[in-house]
Design a binder for this molecule. Structure first.
Ligand SMILES: [Zn+2]
Length: 211
Protein backbone atom coordinates (compact mmCIF):
# COMPACT_ATOMS: atom_id res chain seq x y z
CA UNK A 1 0.00 0.00 0.00
CA UNK A 2 2.75 2.39 0.96
CA UNK A 3 4.68 1.87 -2.29
CA UNK A 4 1.58 2.73 -4.21
CA UNK A 5 1.76 6.29 -2.87
CA UNK A 6 5.50 6.38 -2.49
CA UNK A 7 7.91 4.77 -4.99
CA UNK A 8 10.85 5.91 -2.90
CA UNK A 9 12.28 2.60 -1.70
CA UNK A 10 12.84 0.83 -5.03
CA UNK A 11 13.75 4.03 -6.83
CA UNK A 12 16.34 5.26 -4.37
CA UNK A 13 18.18 1.95 -4.58
CA UNK A 14 18.39 1.98 -8.37
CA UNK A 15 18.65 5.72 -8.99
CA UNK A 16 20.19 7.39 -5.95
CA UNK A 17 21.02 10.60 -7.84
CA UNK A 18 17.37 11.40 -8.55
CA UNK A 19 15.51 13.57 -6.05
CA UNK A 20 13.04 11.36 -4.15
CA UNK A 21 12.52 13.74 -1.22
CA UNK A 22 13.56 17.26 -0.25
CA UNK A 23 17.00 17.80 1.24
CA UNK A 24 15.99 20.35 3.86
CA UNK A 25 13.12 18.74 5.75
CA UNK A 26 10.54 21.05 4.16
CA UNK A 27 7.63 20.21 1.91
CA UNK A 28 7.99 20.97 -1.80
CA UNK A 29 4.75 21.38 -3.73
CA UNK A 30 4.93 20.55 -7.45
CA UNK A 31 2.36 20.83 -10.24
CA UNK A 32 2.60 18.70 -13.39
CA UNK A 33 1.25 19.08 -16.93
CA UNK A 34 0.61 22.84 -17.26
CA UNK A 35 0.45 25.57 -18.14
CA UNK A 36 -3.26 25.40 -18.76
CA UNK A 37 -5.58 28.36 -19.39
CA UNK A 38 -8.32 26.65 -17.35
CA UNK A 39 -6.34 25.85 -14.23
CA UNK A 40 -2.98 27.66 -13.89
CA UNK A 41 -4.60 30.91 -12.68
CA UNK A 42 -6.56 29.01 -10.02
CA UNK A 43 -3.33 27.54 -8.68
CA UNK A 44 -1.42 30.83 -8.79
CA UNK A 45 -4.15 32.63 -6.86
CA UNK A 46 -4.33 29.97 -4.19
CA UNK A 47 -0.61 29.47 -3.61
CA UNK A 48 -0.08 33.22 -3.59
CA UNK A 49 -2.73 33.55 -0.84
CA UNK A 50 -1.00 30.77 1.14
CA UNK A 51 2.51 32.11 0.40
CA UNK A 52 3.80 28.84 -1.06
CA UNK A 53 6.48 28.81 -3.78
CA UNK A 54 6.09 25.85 -6.14
CA UNK A 55 7.81 24.01 -8.93
CA UNK A 56 5.71 23.68 -12.11
CA UNK A 57 6.72 20.79 -14.37
CA UNK A 58 5.46 22.19 -17.65
CA UNK A 59 4.84 20.31 -20.88
CA UNK A 60 6.84 21.99 -23.68
CA UNK A 61 3.94 22.01 -26.09
CA UNK A 62 1.78 23.82 -23.53
CA UNK A 63 4.55 26.34 -22.90
CA UNK A 64 4.75 26.86 -26.67
CA UNK A 65 0.97 27.47 -26.81
CA UNK A 66 0.76 29.61 -23.66
CA UNK A 67 4.02 31.53 -23.21
CA UNK A 68 2.27 34.38 -21.35
CA UNK A 69 0.91 32.00 -18.75
CA UNK A 70 4.36 30.42 -18.38
CA UNK A 71 5.86 33.87 -17.81
CA UNK A 72 3.18 34.59 -15.24
CA UNK A 73 4.12 31.50 -13.21
CA UNK A 74 7.78 32.48 -13.32
CA UNK A 75 7.22 36.16 -12.57
CA UNK A 76 5.37 35.21 -9.38
CA UNK A 77 8.53 33.59 -8.07
CA UNK A 78 7.80 29.97 -8.89
CA UNK A 79 10.16 27.71 -10.81
CA UNK A 80 9.50 26.11 -14.20
CA UNK A 81 10.68 22.54 -14.72
CA UNK A 82 10.71 20.41 -17.88
CA UNK A 83 8.06 17.65 -18.21
CA UNK A 84 9.00 16.71 -21.85
CA UNK A 85 7.58 18.32 -24.99
CA UNK A 86 4.67 16.01 -25.79
CA UNK A 87 4.16 14.24 -22.47
CA UNK A 88 5.34 11.03 -24.16
CA UNK A 89 6.41 8.10 -22.00
CA UNK A 90 10.21 7.92 -22.37
CA UNK A 91 10.76 4.43 -20.98
CA UNK A 92 11.86 2.08 -23.77
CA UNK A 93 12.55 4.90 -26.25
CA UNK A 94 15.93 5.43 -27.98
CA UNK A 95 18.17 8.15 -26.68
CA UNK A 96 17.60 10.36 -29.74
CA UNK A 97 13.87 10.41 -28.94
CA UNK A 98 14.44 11.09 -25.24
CA UNK A 99 16.91 13.87 -25.92
CA UNK A 100 14.61 15.49 -28.48
CA UNK A 101 11.64 15.48 -26.07
CA UNK A 102 13.73 17.16 -23.39
CA UNK A 103 15.57 19.64 -25.58
CA UNK A 104 12.47 20.80 -27.46
CA UNK A 105 10.80 21.56 -24.13
CA UNK A 106 13.93 23.39 -22.96
CA UNK A 107 13.79 25.59 -26.06
CA UNK A 108 10.09 26.37 -25.52
CA UNK A 109 10.71 27.22 -21.86
CA UNK A 110 13.76 29.34 -22.58
CA UNK A 111 11.93 31.31 -25.24
CA UNK A 112 9.10 32.00 -22.76
CA UNK A 113 11.07 32.93 -19.64
CA UNK A 114 14.63 33.57 -20.82
CA UNK A 115 16.31 30.74 -18.95
CA UNK A 116 16.60 26.99 -19.37
CA UNK A 117 15.12 24.76 -16.71
CA UNK A 118 17.40 22.82 -14.40
CA UNK A 119 14.88 20.22 -13.27
CA UNK A 120 13.08 17.47 -15.17
CA UNK A 121 10.25 15.12 -14.28
CA UNK A 122 9.43 12.20 -16.61
CA UNK A 123 5.85 11.87 -17.92
CA UNK A 124 3.88 9.32 -15.91
CA UNK A 125 6.98 8.88 -13.72
CA UNK A 126 8.47 6.32 -16.12
CA UNK A 127 12.26 6.56 -16.12
CA UNK A 128 15.15 4.54 -17.53
CA UNK A 129 18.93 4.38 -17.67
CA UNK A 130 18.74 6.12 -21.05
CA UNK A 131 16.84 9.00 -19.44
CA UNK A 132 19.35 9.19 -16.62
CA UNK A 133 22.27 9.31 -19.06
CA UNK A 134 20.60 11.96 -21.20
CA UNK A 135 19.86 14.18 -18.21
CA UNK A 136 23.47 13.88 -17.06
CA UNK A 137 24.66 14.96 -20.51
CA UNK A 138 22.27 17.93 -20.45
CA UNK A 139 23.31 18.79 -16.87
CA UNK A 140 19.73 18.48 -15.66
CA UNK A 141 18.39 16.89 -12.50
CA UNK A 142 15.53 14.43 -12.25
CA UNK A 143 12.87 15.15 -9.66
CA UNK A 144 10.61 12.29 -8.63
CA UNK A 145 8.37 12.47 -5.54
CA UNK A 146 7.43 10.67 -2.37
CA UNK A 147 3.80 11.69 -2.26
CA UNK A 148 1.38 11.22 -5.10
CA UNK A 149 -2.00 12.75 -4.23
CA UNK A 150 -3.96 11.03 -7.04
CA UNK A 151 -5.71 14.36 -7.53
CA UNK A 152 -6.33 13.54 -11.20
CA UNK A 153 -9.07 11.20 -9.99
CA UNK A 154 -10.85 14.43 -9.06
CA UNK A 155 -11.96 13.18 -5.66
CA UNK A 156 -11.04 15.28 -2.66
CA UNK A 157 -11.43 12.32 -0.30
CA UNK A 158 -8.69 10.41 -2.12
CA UNK A 159 -6.37 13.42 -1.86
CA UNK A 160 -7.23 13.79 1.81
CA UNK A 161 -6.44 10.15 2.52
CA UNK A 162 -3.03 10.47 0.83
CA UNK A 163 -2.14 13.66 2.68
CA UNK A 164 -3.30 12.56 6.12
CA UNK A 165 -1.44 9.26 5.88
CA UNK A 166 1.71 10.12 3.96
CA UNK A 167 2.54 13.83 4.21
CA UNK A 168 5.82 14.28 6.08
CA UNK A 169 8.62 16.79 6.58
CA UNK A 170 10.56 15.95 3.40
CA UNK A 171 7.63 15.34 1.06
CA UNK A 172 7.80 16.21 -2.60
CA UNK A 173 4.07 16.44 -3.32
CA UNK A 174 2.63 15.95 -6.80
CA UNK A 175 -0.52 17.80 -7.84
CA UNK A 176 -1.73 18.56 -11.36
CA UNK A 177 -2.20 21.74 -13.37
CA UNK A 178 -4.72 19.96 -15.49
CA UNK A 179 -8.44 20.32 -16.16
CA UNK A 180 -9.08 16.75 -14.88
CA UNK A 181 -8.90 18.03 -11.30
CA UNK A 182 -10.07 21.59 -11.96
CA UNK A 183 -13.10 21.34 -9.68
CA UNK A 184 -11.04 20.34 -6.61
CA UNK A 185 -7.87 22.36 -7.27
CA UNK A 186 -8.40 25.20 -4.88
CA UNK A 187 -9.64 22.88 -2.13
CA UNK A 188 -6.87 20.31 -2.53
CA UNK A 189 -4.20 23.00 -2.13
CA UNK A 190 -5.98 24.37 0.93
CA UNK A 191 -6.28 20.84 2.32
CA UNK A 192 -2.54 20.31 1.88
CA UNK A 193 -1.85 23.61 3.64
CA UNK A 194 -4.11 22.74 6.58
CA UNK A 195 -2.83 19.18 7.02
CA UNK A 196 0.77 20.45 6.91
CA UNK A 197 -0.14 22.95 9.60
CA UNK A 198 -1.75 20.26 11.79
CA UNK A 199 1.39 18.13 11.43
CA UNK A 200 3.56 21.20 12.13
CA UNK A 201 5.38 20.91 8.80
CA UNK A 202 6.83 23.76 6.76
CA UNK A 203 6.86 24.47 3.03
CA UNK A 204 10.11 25.30 1.25
CA UNK A 205 10.90 27.06 -2.03
CA UNK A 206 12.09 24.78 -4.87
CA UNK A 207 15.70 25.95 -4.91
CA UNK A 208 16.26 25.32 -1.19
CA UNK A 209 14.41 21.98 -1.22
CA UNK A 210 16.42 20.49 -4.09
CA UNK A 211 19.71 22.44 -4.41
ZN1 LIG B 1 2.43 14.51 -16.35
Amino acid sequence: MRLFYNPEFIGTKLFPDFFWRTINGKILLTFDDGPNPETTEIILKKISDLKIKSLFFCVGNNVFKYPELTREIFSEGHLIGNHSFNHSVLLGKPQSFVRNEIQKANVAIESAIGIQPEYFRPPKGRFSLTLKRTLTELKMKNVMWNLLTFDYKNDLNIVKFALINFLKADSIVVMHDNKKNKSILSEEIELLFNIAKEKELEFGAPAECLK
